[in-house]
Design a protein around this ligand. Sequence first.
Ligand code: ZN
Length: 245
Amino acid sequence: MLGPVRRWATIASIAILLVSCAKGVGDTVTECVVNADQTRLFKGHWTARPIPLAVVVNDFSSSEISALQSAIDTWNSHFESAKGFELYMAGSSTLAQVGNGGTRLTSASACSQTVIGPNGFTNKIMIYKNATTWTYGSAVIALTSICPVATSNSTYRMYTSAVMEVNFVDYFRSGKPVPDLESVIVHELGHMLGLDHSCNGSACTNAPDEYKEAVMYPALGFNGMNGVQKRSLNTNDQGRANCLY
Ligand SMILES: [Zn+2]
């Protein structure tokens, strides 16, 4: 059964500049903090750690891999201080593809396999660079598809599989908008961990600044063709993430 789909739409037509706040040492939130209007903005979580992420050999360039790793490090540095666990990039791998006949997983097929068992992870979670085909709409920069246990409605229902796809068809190429890849991945990793957006739909219209400044805000600002950087977790992201682990 296909789990909820997470999308990050752009607001490319609005040339706003969102300044990424430098996070001070004393700003790390180590407890579960969730505002009353955000209590439903969780989708599930992983029951084992660390969470193994992998990419296909030669899919991403070395500089893109560096951006992915920096995004992973952002979450790790938070959880290492707050919760003592980490994601890790397990290196190039095609393991997760084998179970699907060698074909790349998509949002539609993400839940056709399980990457976790009673004793921990049995396979890696793939991050794909989709450079030739993108079927989720040009407004979507990246898509993380997650697969919670279907029989559970709990906030903390267990994830069994997931896949992250990044749109290199409509973005990141000559003549197309160029989002900040690290910012995109930090956001998608929030979904991978189990967070929904900091607000959804009409609730975002008059959302407080802490929701808009969160990496989990559903839109990404652009300054002309270039995406603004939003690479640091704010206290809203941190407090909510702590509730999942
Ligand atoms: Zn999103």
